[in-house]
Structures are given as C-alpha cells and as structure tokens.
Design a binder for this molecule. Structure first.
Ligand SMILES: NC(=O)c1ccc[n+]([C@@H]2O[C@H](COP(=O)([O-])OP(=O)(O)OC[C@H]3O[C@@H](n4cnc5c(N)ncnc54)[C@H](O)[C@@H]3O)[C@@H](O)[C@H]2O)c1
Length: 359
C-alpha cells in the first residue's frame, strides 16, 4: 500500500513516495524523458538495485544514462570526494537540463544533493535513499553538504529535490546496526511530535520487530511526515526545525568524547535522547513513568542507555560548548513537555546538566 507526502517549502514543492518495488515500477517519464541522467550510487548498495533502477529508467527514454559509484565514509564526504562527480558531469557535457539521481545512504544523498545544488548553479535532483536513516531523515528537507577540515556538514546548501522515492526493498541488505541508526531517528520524531507513533513503536519494537511491509511503510510514512511538516514550515532552520535536534546536542558531544569512541551516530543519539529525557524529568516537564518508557524503547531498538564507566564530564562539557547548535554561552536543549511534544529550553544550569547525565 503506497503512501505519499507532499513537501511544501518556501522554495518548492515535491513528492515523497513510499512503497515496495519503486525502483522497478516508478514511472520517471515526466522527469527524465530526453534528458541526461547521472545515477550516483553508494558502492555498498547491492548491484541488483542499480540494475533494476537502470532498466526502469531506460523505459522512459532518457537522452543518456550514466551511473557512477562513490565510496561512502565521513572522510570521503569531502571536497575531494565530490570532485569526481563534477568531473563525470563535465566530461559527459551534462547541461543545465540534466537530472542527478542519488542511490545510497545519508552520505550519498548529502554529497549528491550538494553537487546538484552547485553544478551549473543547480540541476534537477531525485533522492533515492537506501538506509532507514536516510529514508526518514537525510533525504527529506533539502539539507545537503560535505565535511570540511574536521567539521561535519559545514559546507553545504539548502537545496530541495524534485522527488524522493523511498523503496523499502532497499532495506533488505542492511545490517542490524544500520536499522538501529534509523530507528533512533524514528523514535526521535515520535517523541517530539507524535505520541500515537511512539505507542505504535512501543508495541512493534518492544515485541520483536517490524515484520510486515505495510507496518514498515506506515512507520516510515508517519516518521517522514513529521520531518516533512517541520521542514515545510521552517526550511532554513530559523525556528521549529531546531526541535529535530532532540537528543543530538548530547549526542554530538558524546560522539567527540574519547570514552564513547567507536559509538555510531545513532548510538550517540540514542544515549542523547535518554539524557534529554532525563533533563526533561529533572526540569519537572515529564513524569518518571514516561522517562522509563523512553529508556525502554531506546534499549529495544538496540541502542545504548548507559554511559560507559570511563565517561569524562570535563571532556564532554568542552565538546558541548563547541557545538554550533548551542547558542553563544547559553546551554540550550530540546526538551519534552510530554511524549509527543517538545520545546526549546534555554539557560540550563550546570547542576541540572550533571543531573541529566545520571541515567
Ligand atoms: N541532510 C540531512 O538532513 C541529514 C540528516 C541526518 C543525517 N545526515 C547525514 O547522513 C549521514 C548518515 O547517513 P546514513 O546513516 O544513511 O549513513 P551512510 O550513508 O554512511 O550509510 C550507512 C552504511 O550503509 C551502507 N549502505 C547504504 N545503503 C545500503 C543498502 N541498501 N544495503 C547495504 N548497505 C547500504 C553505506 O555504504 C554505509 O556503509 C551522515 O553523514 C549525516 O551527516 C544528513
């Protein structure tokens, strides 16, 4: 049962379509007929998916169709990493009327999106995210970019795609930890905006896993809808989009903390959401019962809920003060008013911060 979302931002509108078998069956004709097409593929996405996509694209009679593979790592999400994509476009004389398609996880959609935003001052872009995280998060909302001189995503552009296709078949080749990374963002969306999604996740994640396709499509839809509606109302992160940082202020500081070296982004965010919920509890905004439910769901998603014994508070605080999402020297966090409702909390004092780390 396919589901569709219309994202309307100040700069453009586009569809996010969620279903099975989209690579094989989506009719691309309206976007690609008689145009030059470049598919940028993550090297880890199995070849069969690219073959299915290319076979389908060919039926819409593009002028030419080229695919190019990239290695995805945070190191390669860089100026050097995107240079070969510009070279392929240039060498093949792609004009302003061309279409670039990404087929990969968040690194691929961020890199490809940035190339599309800047090649000939902007060309058409189709995002086909292939990880759960990129399906519910990275591919929606138009943030594109690369890393530069050790800082994450500090070169980039807000650039909306023409279409986002979420094909759940792509998830079949992901490992357990990549699924957990995506679940972290889905849980986050439910916590900040949708109590009934949280309750559904409690049932589905806690009692095993999401096994049937319709359930998976509905959960991706509900989660993407939250991201879509927040970015629709705040395309350039001037207001409500900050709510999407729930758990991330803690998470980013954990990621650069030695004691948590080796933690994935999703694991750091999982732990960050538990701390942000504890902060909400300490501030008297949520009940202990809600806090315990949040901890339980994070754990069921395969994410950590305890800090390592060698965790160093001083190092953590330094990392936190470097975070661009904390305004000036005020400690600013996203907190919960209840499960399904979030707000920005400012001027958090240090004792409260220390209490929120006691999880
Ligand atoms: N633009 C945004 O709004 C936004 C939001 C969140 C995250 N991000 C960015 O997204 C990135 C993280 O995204 P991610 O978690 O998708 O990481 P990723 O792109 O690194 O993908 C995770 C891993 O899965 C592999 N992979 C991808 N699809 C696969 C498939 N179908 N089968 C098998 N393996 C597959 C990749 O090669 C990689 O090893 C970060 O760079 C982050 O900054 C951007």
């Amino acid at each position: 049962m396919s589901k569709s979302i219309l994202v309307r931002t100040a700069s453009s509108s586009y569809e996010v379509l969620i279903d099975k078998s989209l690579l094989k069956s989506y009719n691309f004709q309206w976007l690609i007929e008689n145009k030059q097409i470049l598919v940028v593929k993550d090297s880890e996405v199995p070849e069969k998916f690219l073959n299915n996509l290319k076979k389908n694209l060919a039926q819409s009679e593009p002028k030419n169709l080229i695919s190019f593979e990239i290695q995805t790592s945070e190191e390669n999400k860089s100026i050097e990493g995107i240079k070969p994509i510009y070279e392929v476009l240039n060498q093949n004389k792609f004009n302003r009327d061309c279409v670039i398609i990404s087929l990969g996880g968040g690194i691929t959609t961020d890199m490809t999106g940035f190339v599309a935003s800047s090649y000939l001052r902007g060309v058409d872009l189709i995002q086909i995210p292939s990880t759960l995280l990129s399906q519910v998060d990275a591919a929606i909302g138009g943030k594109t970019g690369i890393n530069f001189q050790g800082a994450k995503n500090n070169i980039g552009a807000f650039y909306q795609p023409n279409l986002v296709l979420i094909d759940i078949d792509l998830l079949s080749s992901l490992g357990k930890s990549e699924i957990s990374e995506g679940l972290a963002e889905i849980i986050k969306h439910s916590l900040i905006a949708d109590k009934s999604l949280f309750e559904e996740l409690e049932q589905k994640i806690t009692n095993g896993s999401i096994t049937n396709d319709d359930d998976l499509i509905k959960i991706i839809y509900d989660s993407s809808l939250i991201k879509s509606s927040i970015v629709s109302s705040d395309e350039k992160e001037k207001g409500d989009r900050a709510l999407l940082n729930f758990g991330h202020t803690f998470g980013h500081a954990f990621e650069s903390s030695m004691a948590l070296k080796g933690f994935t982004h999703g694991q750091a965010v999982g732990l960050g959401m538990v701390c942000a919920s504890k902060l909400s509890l300490v501030l008297g905004k949520i009940e202990n019962e809600e806090y315990e439910r949040i901890k339980k769901i994070v754990k069921s998603a395969g994410l950590p809920t305890k800090l390592p014994t060698n965790f160093d508070y001083i190092e953590f605080k330094e990392a936190m003060s470097r975070d661009k999402k904390i305004l000036s020297d005020k400690l600013r966090f996203i907190t919960l008013n209840s499960i399904g409702r979030a707000q920005i909390s400012e001027n958090i004092d240090e004792n409260t911060l220390i209490e929120s780390l006691k999880i």
